[in-house]
Design a protein. Structure first.
Length: 227
């Protein structure tokens, strides 16, 4: 396992040649990061929180344990050292912008914070954001090689997240416009998606084409705005 430097964190991904919202949640007039926006839309890469970093080693320990149990992937002898905790997904700048009289910005205020992890495990770059006991959003991505689509979602997840239980899921791929996801599977508290994407770093520079696996798990998945 190796940490991902801030400059190499992927903040956004998009479909080649455009972005289709067919069958997806429409974005709000002001794009405010939220649990719901984490779950909805066509984006597969989990972006980093934009809130204020806070202390909370016990919260991070629980978040790391949940991730390890869900995915069957270890994050080193001291996973807390690889993680950070934030007071929210919304940046201080956006909060300040809408703090004037007459404006109201509604943003998710977690009970304990949003835990963030960005590491490399084998061929995959893993980015995870979540609240212990509520929601874990995880993306696995690696440079596009061409054989991922033929392998299929379950085969790739067996490599990237060997403990993930994929029983009881229903195939909802056809609920979306053609090409949005290669595969999409759904259960009340688990969502799996995958697809080819162009990726962008935090500074907006292109990071190149990648294949991305996305896992969302926990009671917070019930806020999912799709099928």
């Amino acid at each position: 396992m190796a940490l991902v430097t801030p400059a190499d964190v992927i903040a956004r991904d998009h479909l080649p040649g455009g972005h289709s919202l067919d069958g997806l949640a429409m974005p709000p007039p002001v794009p405010v990061p939220s649990r719901r926006s984490l779950l909805g839309g066509a984006q597969l890469v989990v972006p980093p929180p934009e809130g204020v970093r806070i202390d909370g080693p016990e919260v991070l320990r629980r978040a790391a344990a949940e991730l390890a149990g869900l995915l069957g992937v270890g994050f080193g002898p001291d996973p807390v050292a690889s993680m950070a905790l934030y007071d929210g997904l919304v940046s201080p700048e956006l909060r300040e912008r809408f703090s004037a009289p007459g404006f109201a910005l509604r943003w998710d205020r977690p009970r304990e914070g949003f835990a963030w992890l960005a590491v490399r495990l084998g061929a995959w770059q893993v980015q995870a954001c979540g609240e212990p006991g509520v929601l874990s959003c995880v993306s696995f991505h690696r440079p596009w090689e061409g054989q991922e689509q033929a392998a299929g979602l379950r085969a790739l997840l067996a490599e990237a997240a060997p403990a993930l239980d994929t029983t009881g899921l229903r195939d909802v791929t056809r609920a979306y416009a053609h090409g949005v996801f290669d595969e999409a599977w759904s259960a009340p508290e688990l969502r799996l998606r995958c697809g080819f994407r162009q990726t962008l770093r935090r500074d907006g520079s292109a990071a190149g084409p990648a294949y991305v696996l996305r896992v969302d798990a926990g009671p917070g998945c019930r806020e999912w705005p799709g099928p």
